[in-house]
Structure formats: C-alpha cells, structure tokens
Design a protein around this ligand. Structure first.
Ligand code: OGA
Ligand code: MN
Length: 195
C-alpha cells in the first residue's frame, strides 16, 4: 500500500503525514453514510477525573466505535489501521499495541481550539489519525485543520476533503480545527502504547 509506506516515511522524517484518496471509494462512501446515521454525543475534554464537557474549547459530537458491534465498513477500516500499525511498528519501534477510534461530526459553527492530543496524565496516545468523510468540501466552508510544529509555527493547513487522511505524533504537534460553516465529518483515532 503506497500511502502506508508514505506515512511511515513521513512520520520518520517529519513527524506528520497528509495523504489523499487513501481507501477504495466504496469503503469511503460506506463510512461516510454510517457517520451520518450514527447517534452522536457532545465530546469531552481530558480523561478520568478532569474530564469536562466544555464547548468553548471544542464543539464537535462524537461516537466511539463499538468493538462488539462493528459494521463491515468499520471492520475494513480497522483492518487498514491494523496494517498501518504493524508497518509503523516495524520502522519506528513505537510499540503501538492498539487503536481507539470515534466518529466525529462538527455541526455548522463548531470548532476545536488549539490543543495537543496526548493527555497530561497519560502518555498512551502516540499517533493521531484523522480520516475525513466529507464528499464535496470547498475551502469557503472553513473547517480546515491547522497543524503547528512544537515551536508553534504553522506547518500545514488541510481542508477535510473526503478520503484524505492526516496523522501526526500525538505529543508534539499542536493543532486546531477552524470554525466550519458546514457539517464536517471524520473518523478520528489514536494508536496507543501501554502507558
Ligand atoms: C481531535 C482533533 C482534528 C480534525 O479530535 O483531537 O484534533 O481535523 N481533530 O478533526
Ligand atoms: Mn486533536
């Protein structure tokens, strides 16, 4: 898989990767349809005792994939992520052992302010992977992901076009989702190691 090789190389050299047209079109369509049909709940911030619901920081809605009730499309997506996990481990020795993943939908007017994905009290999240599910995204809609380097300089700006995928080292790259004027959907996940 060319895009997987590219991701592994990019992670090794620059710590992040942006890929387009990654999955078969039918799988992209199935995942996008399912996201639209999911019951979604307001996302929370933090973990454990400091978990908060705070829509001045983020205002997306999410649904974790349910391991016990995976659709065929979800199983296929997770099989790709498993291949990617093995490819990353082979080259980068991160000891990634699993992948957690949720659908996310940003209603019109929502955003996610600049943050780093790794929790302060738990370093198990190693690599963030965001797969976008929006059929015809136009830059006028906003909703772009802005990715910064550890010195807080802007590295990349990515509009959430369908079937594109962004990944980066979870502890090093601040990022934000700019306000969107249209519903903005994704599958967002993290490769984890034992903490
Ligand atoms: C997140 C996040 C970015 C995006 O869910 O932590 O930063 O582009 N998402 O959806
Ligand atoms: Mn994030």
């Amino acid at each position: 898989m060319d895009w997987m090789t590219a991701i592994v190389n990019d992670l090794a050299t620059q710590g992040y990767s942006i890929q387009h047209q990654v999955l078969p079109h039918a799988l992209f369509t199935a995942l996008a349809d399912e996201c639209q049909q999911q019951p979604l709940r307001p996302a929370k911030i933090g973990s454990g005792h400091i978990e908060m619901q705070h829509n001045t920081i983020r205002s997306d809605l999410i649904a974790w994939l349910d391991e016990q009730h995976l659709s065929t499309a979800q199983q296929q997506y997770l099989a790709y992520m498993e291949q990617l996990r093995l490819a990353i481990n082979q080259q980068l020795y991160l000891g990634l052992f699993d992948f957690e993943c949720h659908y996310a939908s940003y209603p019109a007017g929502s955003f996610y302010r600049k943050h780093v994905d790794q929790f302060r009290n738990n370093n198990s999240r190693q690599i963030s992977v965001i797969y976008y599910l929006n059929r015809d995204w136009q830059s006028a809609f906003g909703g772009q992901l802005k990715l910064y380097n550890p010195q807080d300089q802007l590295l990349a700006e990515h509009y959430p076009t369908g079937n594109s995928l962004v990944c980066f080292l979870s502890d090093q790259f601040p990022h934000e989702v700019c306000e969107t004027s249209q519903t903005r959907m994704s599958l967002t996940g993290w490769f984890r190691r034992r903490s």
